[in-house]
Design a protein around this ligand. Structure first.
Ligand SMILES: [Zn+2]
Length: 201
C-alpha cells in the first residue's frame, strides 16, 4: 500500500476509506518539522506530516488533521442544526408534521445507522452516514421520523416510511455500504423509554 515518491523525500501512504472518513493520502516529508496540513483532493483527503512521526504519535496526528478538515465541511460544520432543520422539512413532507424534539449526529453507534426514542422524541444518526448522498440521509431520517408515530416495523409504519420515494433504494444502498465496510447492521433501531438498548455499543 505504501509507495515512495521519486524524490525519496516524501513517503506516500494511501489509507482506504473507513466507516467515518474517506480515503486518506498521507504524505510524510522529511522537510516538515512540526506542522501538518490537510486538504481535499477530489473525494480524497491529503495530509502532509513530518516524516519523523511514527506509530501512535503519527496516527493521532493524522486523525486530528482529518477530523479537523471533516468538521469544516459545510454539512458537518452546520452539524446538528442543519440535520435538525432537514428533519423538520421532511417531517412536514412525509410525517404528517410530526417533528422530533432533537436530531443529532452521534459517533458511538456502530451497529445502527440511526435510532429513535419515541418517548423523548429523540433521533440519533450515525456520523458515518455523513459520507452518504443526501437522499440516503433523507430516507434514513424519514424512517426514524416515522417511528415517532409507529414504534414497530409494522405495515402502518412502512406506510409512512415509504412515503419517501427512495426508501427502498436507500435500504439497498446502505446494505451495500455496510457490506463494503464489513459491518453488521442490526434491525432494531427503536429505543424504548429513551434508554439505549443492550445492543448498542
Ligand atoms: Zn426502524
Amino acid at each position: 500500500m505504501a509507495r515512495t515518491a521519486p524524490s525519496g523525500k516524501t513517503d506516500v501512504v494511501i489509507e482506504p476509506p473507513r466507516f467515518d472518513r474517506p480515503e486518506v493520502e498521507i504524505r510524510a516529508s522529511v522537510r516538515r518539522k512540526k506542522t501538518g496540513t490537510a486538504h481535499w483532493s477530489g473525494s480524497r483527503i491529503v495530509v502532509q506530516i513530518p516524516a519523523r512521526l511514527r506509530g501512535r504519535e503519527r496516527r493521532v496526528f493524522v486523525d486530528d488533521l482529518v477530523t479537523r478538515l471533516l468538521n469544516q465541511r459545510p454539512q458537518n460544520a452546520a452539524g446538528d442544526a442543519s440535520l435538525e432543520e432537514r428533519a423538520a422539512v421532511l417531517a412536514e413532507l412525509y410525517n404528517d408534521g410530526v417533528m422530533a424534539a432533537s436530531v443529532r449526529w452521534v459517533s458511538n453507534q456502530r451497529t445502527r445507522w440511526a435510532s429513535c426514542s419515541p418517548a423523548s422524541k429523540e433521533i440519533r444518526v450515525s456520523s458515518r452516514l455523513r459520507q452518504c448522498p443526501e437522499w440516503v440521509i433523507d430516507a434514513v431520517l424519514v424512517h426514524e421520523l416515522a417511528h415517532l408515530q409507529e414504534a414497530d416495523h409494522s405495515p402502518a409504519f412502512y406506510e409512512i416510511a415509504h412515503r419517501h420515494p427512495r426508501q427502498g433504494e436507500s435500504a439497498l444502498y446502505l446494505e451495500g455500504f455496510a457490506l463494503g465496510l464489513g459491518l453488521r447492521i442490526e434491525e432494531g433501531d427503536v429505543d424504548v423509554n429513551g434508554t439505549a438498548s443492550a445492543t448498542v455499543d
